[in-house]
Design a protein around this ligand. Sequence first.
Ligand code: ATP
Ligand code: MG
Ligand code: MG
Ligand code: MG
Length: 478
Amino acid sequence: MQTHEIRRRFLEHFVRAGHTEVPSASLVLPDPNLLFVNAGMVQFKPYFLGQEAAPFRRATSVQKCVRTGDIEEVGVTTRHNTFFQMAGNFSFGDYFKEGAITFAWELITKSQEEGGYGFDPERIWVTAYESDPEAAEIWERVAGIPKERIQFRDGKDNYWDMGVPGPGGPCSEIYYDRGPKYGKEGGPVADEDRYIEIWNLVFMQDIRGELSPKLGHAPIGTLPKKNIDTGMGVERVAMLLQGVENVYETDLLRPIIDRAEQLTGRSYGVEHTDDVRFRVIADHVRSSAMLIADGVNPGNDGRGYVLRRLLRRIVRSARILGSEKPVMAEFMKVVSDLMAPSYPELATDFRRIETVAVGEETAFLKTLSTGSRLFDETVDQVRSKGGKKIAGTDAFTLHDTYGFPIDLTLEMASEAGLEVDEAGFRSLMAEQRDRAKADAQSRKHAHADLSIYKELVDRGATEFTGFDELTSEATVLA
Ligand code: ATP
Ligand code: MG
Ligand code: MG
Ligand code: MG
């Protein structure tokens, strides 16, 4: 089943059940504290918080999401994209746990002929919050899932809150077992790569009191109206229904890998490290295009910095894979053709998107050639002293001053028959990171008042794309 069909079936299922279809919000909302929209519920925050009356009691959407916090996972795990589409259904004081579970179960298990996804019910596992036996009971009764395939988890995994006083509630996640070939038995608690998380149902019901996020989750009361917030990963469902190994090989991403093979002359599926780079290219090409489409420009901080890192990582990966020419224009064309059916702006605004992406590529290629000169000088010096190793400080200077990624330094050093003091490089990077972290920490505390945190409502603190991520972003090219 193609990705666009998965989206369509989701929306149809929920519209049929009385939900209002709401278009995706932009990836970039005015809120300066939220880097990018990273969950379907973000555009509905005011309704959940009771700041505004919801114009509908039930809504459904397929939201564009970017999670820069997942960047290190991209291409390495089978299931993390920086850009992905989160399909969701929402209840504002209308149906609650039993409704949410029933709707989800119907859609995933109804046969494909009847308009569902047709997952084998025997392969579905679910998790529930350790203090929420009710959810487990509903899964057993409504879906017939046996106790053995219902696992309880603590608040870290299965309780959602804002990290501050306010609404919160347990959640319940739906997993699909890919089988013994993919890892060890024992359910999602044992192996999240074999058991793939496809859908998260949040039961927003409590009022949380004290400001001790993730410690005990003691509710001080119950919300007057109970809400439902769910998020299903469209790419993950596509991966499973298309029978491919990972999200990067699904119908909307794989053609980017194919084009990368043509442009680099290297094949996908031969060597693990190459494959990771192919997958990074596919993922980042799409995220970059979607971000530029929503008005982000490459820059030195905030959102622009994230986009710059994504674009540079594409160029770097393609070069390491063997391309000597610019690649960006080609990649942007492929992704525009793939995504325009759902996001027409990628076609109508193509010239601008292409210009921005290619502009950054040109600038970075210049950086690379300056860095290459310094690299050659360094190699000459090492050789003239009869050495075999490029010093950590030199690798660091190449990275820090010339934006020269360590992968490239390592690769080129090995071509020149030299080693690199990588440990030295890493410890200099770590020092820099600690400095940045300390700095970010002080900025963060400066902002720690409630009104601002309220704006950071999110699917748990780990998903907040805040300053920490920006600093960790600095390590991405390392
Ligand atoms: P994981 O534990 O696999 O990182 P999560 O628990 O962080 O996922 P949620 O915050 O619950 O994810 O988001 C809801 C759904 O969105 C997930 O069940 C999953 O299907 C999908 N999803 C989350 N992160 C990603 C991602 N980086 N790429 C693709 N899909 C994702
Ligand atoms: Mg996650
Ligand atoms: Mg999870
Ligand atoms: Mg989850």
